[in-house]
Write a protein that binds this ligand. Sequence first.
Ligand code: 5GP
Length: 118
Amino acid sequence: MSTIFTKIVNGELPSDMLYQDDLVTAFRDINPLAPTHILIVSNKVIPTVNDLTEADEKITGRMMTVAKKLAEQEGIAEDGYRLIINCNAHGGQEVFHLHMHLVGGRPLGPMLYRQKGE
Ligand code: 5GP
């Protein structure tokens, strides 16, 4: 299985790549929603969080430590930032290849907005 992110991981599609190792790749989001908006993706295709197994824990752990390092590198660690993983339709997932958004560089506001009646 291959996705648009597979092509970026393999260097077949251009990206503003910031980091790559044996498990994950990080590059800037093409449509940034904040001054810093980086995607940290698994090198292998895992479609959603629902598809993770314990064997993938090294990948998910690496995604977190790479996020921490990139936040420091971007100069946003002290002020703070948000890590987001969307899953399936209700999560608003668009690309079915596991990725974590690292977003920051400005106050991000509330995590979610209440729907009427909630
Ligand atoms: P999702 O909604 O699946 O969590 O997020 C997918 C993200 O991938 C979106 O923020 C979108 O802007 C980003 N994206 C989609 N296609 C590309 C691409 O070809 N290059 C880069 N750098 N980002 C992409």
